[in-house]
Design a protein. Structure first.
Length: 390
């Protein structure tokens, strides 16, 4: 019987202050809850054709290589608005920048329109400062409406929203952009991470420690209706040392927040609410490692070299007057896609793709109901995807 059990694992992740240098994550602050962790060596096996006087060769030689690590995390907030989720460092190592709004932005609107609200004079003067964040009307005209900010003019204080308001705000309307942590694609100041995997033994106080440094990754979101959202991570990096037996670490510290199921969801494609089974979004970052002959295994620090964010939705088939997927595809129409769920402050998730362009459409069948299978590509420079936890 093996002394190791699959579930007796602890995964740690920490952003590196110096890329490619072990950040030394610890179980007290850097542990993340994951599913299906896999640690995958990827080494070249070199064959030779030396003449030996026999038909047999001399055997293979192990060359250079790298390490991959994959796992899934359940999509949830930290439980406290303005506090990053437990897997924050994972997202940052996937070429995503982080913006923390530690306290709610509140005030009384100066004006409103069908698809916008003019924030108070003291709102941010930075363009698109609130883009991708959810905004709630809290009092005055048209209370209790939640929308997503799709653009923000820091000079005029006008925040464009989707979908349009049911009741248009005016100068009596109060609002709140709740404390949140926002992630969006980045192309500069990219970060790398150190990942540890402790495989604890069941019969001794030892653990098999595997390490990955200088790691960069990409992610794929899967959001199935009535189920729990998942994010699949795929990291590549440097093998700093061979796996080793070490003393088993102390118990890991995790937050107590549980992931909200995908029910009571706001989901819109432009102005139209969607009924669908699942949304999937692939961040689409391509991760490469440059050659480094001075390195122990011939590879340097990993990094993202390009990105193409793609996904698929499968909404119920509608009358063409409601949604004409074939026309949108052939004419290249761009629409915003918004997905939001979670009823508890600190554990609400919002995902905005400000502009998606369909890349096909195929009739589908889900439990006997007609659906459109609609693949898409998110367009926009460093603005294809906004992921907010509030």
């Amino acid at each position: 019987m093996s002394i190791y059990r699959i579930r007796n694992q602890i995964v740690l992740c920490k952003i590196e202050s110096t890329q490619g240098t072990d950040a030394a994550p610890v179980v007290g602050s850097d542990a993340i809850l994951v599913e299906n962790p896999q640690w995958m060596p990827n080494f070249e096996v070199l064959q030779t054709n030396e003449v030996t006087g026999s038909l047999d060769g001399r055997g293979p030689i192990v060359g250079g290589g790298n390490i991959g690590m994959t796992f899934e995390v359940l999509v949830k907030g930290s439980g406290a608005g303005g506090t990053a989720p437990e897997f924050d460092q994972v997202l940052r190592a996937c070429a995503m920048s982080e913006t923390v709004t530690a306290a709610a932005v509140t005030g009384t609107a100066q004006a409103g329109a069908a698809g916008s609200i003019t924030l108070h004079a003291g709102a941010s003067a930075t363009a698109d400062a609130y883009k991708g964040m959810a905004i709630r009307t809290t009092g005055g005209t048209g209370p209790n409406q939640t929308r997503v900010v799709t653009a923000y003019n820091g000079t005029t204080k006008v925040a464009s929203v989707m979908p349009n308001w049911t009741t248009t705000p005016d100068a009596t309307t109060t609002f709140s952009i709740d404390a949140n942590v926002l992630y969006k694609p980045a192309s500069t100041a990219l970060e790398t991470a150190t990942l540890y995997s402790y495989q604890n033994a069941a019969t001794t106080a030892q653990s098999l420690l595997r390490k990955l440094v200088g790691a960069a990754g990409s992610a794929r979101l899967t959001l199935p209706t009535r189920q729990i959202g998942r994010m699949a991570l795929n990291f590549t990096g440097i093998l700093p040392a061979l796996p080793a037996n070490v003393a088993a670490p102390a118990a890991a510290t995790y937050d107590s927040t549980r992931p909200p199921p995908l029910i009571s969801v706001d989901v819109y494609l432009g102005q139209a609410a969607l009924k669908l089974r699942e949304v999937s979004i692939d961040f689409g970052a391509v991760v490469q490692q440059s050659d480094n002959p001075a390195a122990a295994y011939g590879f340097g620090v990993a990094g993202q070299t390009s990105r193409r964010t793609v996904g698929e939705i499968n909404p119920l088939l509608e009358l063409l007057s409601t949604r004409d997927a074939m026309s949108d595809f052939t004419t290249g129409v761009e629409r915003a896609l918004w997905y939001r769920w979670g009823a508890t402050a600190g554990n609400r998730v919002s995902i905005l793709c400000p502009a998606i362009r369909q890349t096909g459409t195929t009739p589908g069948d889900t439990d006997g109901f007609a659906h459109d299978a609609v693949p898409f590509e998110a367009v926009g420079i460093d603005s294809g995807l906004y992921l907010s936890f509030s």
